[in-house]
Each structure stands twice: as C-alpha cells, then as structure tokens.
Design a protein around this ligand. Sequence first.
Ligand code: SF4
Length: 368
Amino acid sequence: MKITFPHMGNLYIAITGFLEELGVESVIPPKPSKAAINIGTTLSPESACLPLKVNIGDYIQALENGADTILMAGGVGPCRFGYYCEVQKEILKDAGYNFEMIVIEPPCGRPLTLLSKIRKLMGGASWTELYRAGRMAWQKLLAVDEIEKMAHFIRPREVERGSTSVIESKALKLIHSAKTLTELKEASYQGRKAFSALQVQEDRDVLKVGIVGEIYTILEPFVNLNTEQVLGHLGVQIERMIYMSDWVRANIIPDALPFLSSEHKRTAKLAKPYLNHFVGGDGLESIGKSVEYSYRGFDGVIHLFPLTCMPEIVAKSLLPTISSDLDIPITSLVLDEHTGEAGFITRLEAFVDLLRWRKAKGKTVANS
Ligand code: SF4
C-alpha cells in the first residue's frame, strides 16, 4: 500500500510522521501549484469549490508517482464537504485511475467506525504502534503550529525582510525529518533558538489582524496567495482562527472526550447573537472568531474563502453587521483559480492602509 493525501499547508508533516511510524509507505504530492490547479479545473465541474479542484490535482500527481491509496478527511453537515470524497472518487475513476480511498470522518458518536478505518491504514501494525504513530503525528502538529505562530509574531518585526520565512522553512524541514520524539524535541528547540536569535525591531508599530474563513483557504498558502507573508511584510501580526491542532481537537477528539471541545463551544457562544446554528464548514467559527477578535482589541479581520463556498457566503452576509456593531473593520476576500495576485495584494494593502489610518486616529481599543 502506498498512501497519498491532499496537501493543506504543512499538514503533510504530521500525516507522513503518522504513516512512517506505522511502517506504511507514503507518496507526498508536489506542493500545490498552477499545475495542480490546471489538472483539477480541467477534470472537475466548474462550480466545484477550489479546494476540491486543487485536491484532484494533488491526487493525480501522486497517483502518477506510484500511490495506490488515497487518504482524506470526510465531513458532515449541510455543505458540499459531506459528499466531497464521492465526487472526487468519481472524477478520478472517470479519468481512468485505479485506487482505494480511505475516508476519515469525524466520529459523531461512532468511534468504532473511525477505528475500523484506522485499522485499514494500520496494515499489520499493532495497537501499540498505532498509539505511537498517533502520538508522533500529534506532537508534530503541535510543533508545526508552534513554529507557525512564532513566524506570525516575528515576521512583522523582522529587520531583514524574508529572514523569518527562511528560519520557518528550515525549522519545518527539521520537524518533518525528525524520526523520534527526541529528534522532534531537538528540532523544535533549534527552531525556537533560531527565532530568538533573529534581529527584530521590538518597537515597530505592528497591527493585529485576525484571519477567519474556510479552513483550506486559510491554511494553504498557495491558494491564499501567501496572505500571511504579504501581511507580515506590511507590518501586520496575524492570528489564524484555526491551526491544524485546533481542527483535530474540534473534529476528531470531542466526540470521545467532550470536555476538550470547550473552545468550539466558546466560539459558538460568541457567534450566537448573529448566527445560532451550524451552517457547515467553518461558517459559525468565522462569525464567533470575528466577534472574539473585536473583543480582544484587534485592529481588523480578514475573511478568506473560495468562490461558491456556501458556509462562508452565509458568514459574509453577517460580517458587515458585526463590523458596525463592534466597530472593527472586516474585509471579505474571495479566491478562485482566476484570482490575480497583483489585484489581491492591492486589496490587502488598501485594507492595511485603512487600519493604519484608523489606528493613527485612535479608533481602536487597547489590546486585552
Ligand atoms: S466548506 Fe466551502 S469550500 Fe469547503 S467543501 Fe464546504 S462549500 Fe466547499
């Protein structure tokens, strides 16, 4: 069995860590690129959401490189994610590919179904090896999130433009290549050490912006046209509404360990005055987190989502009310395969200019 999976930011680091521990061979698709989008848009329905198209491009490149099994996450709820895997399966079969697909879905009270899918992945591995693999994947997720958060803080303060990204990518490579928990610990330590040695301008007037929206668009830099890096270079410290470990906590763990889902419940409570039910995908989180960013004194919120994404269209219709009720600038930016980089960056720059102007006029509240 040679397993592949779709890219979503740096998620491949945790997935390959998991599969390596199980002794299962993996084929990592090339990072998302124009080539992947072109393949995906040629084979997918035009109205399909952008993540589906890019995933198709990822799968085909990996299948061409020898993968025979596709691992992907499934979803529940009213958006298209619920039947995403079936659509992808049909597209790939029609294109003449033979493969098996293993779909890992939120347990929704049926942990045994999830376990049986995991059992398939395990091959001949024992439950102890599965535990070790899960632990390694989880620790790698946490290590990646830690490095990304440090980069978000340091990039707007770096003296030499681009130096944060160099350290970030070196640290991520070390985390990726760590084979044991001790090596992983050492990789994280090296990353922290390199960041703390980086020359920064401590007193730079940095803006704080929350990034909300659809998870894939937030986490995949190729799809969001490197929003985080562009904003960092404009002197903006960002905070994503979701990091990969948050997604696992919110979608895989809570059914088994409900007390760990308190963050999700808190976000839903904050969203309640504007949206009081699940609308699929990350729509409810986009609302709750926008409210939270306002309470925490952020200078603004950027809402990212792919064209035709239903949950985020619902969120977009409510964000102007939040913006005016809570006096926080919010901009919604839609991305698809036709989005031009120059125009997109201009919109980010214009939004940052607006935030700076407001800050200069003393319009934001003090950070909490
Ligand atoms: S959340 Fe949006 S982008 Fe993701 S599957 Fe649902 S509709 Fe598509």
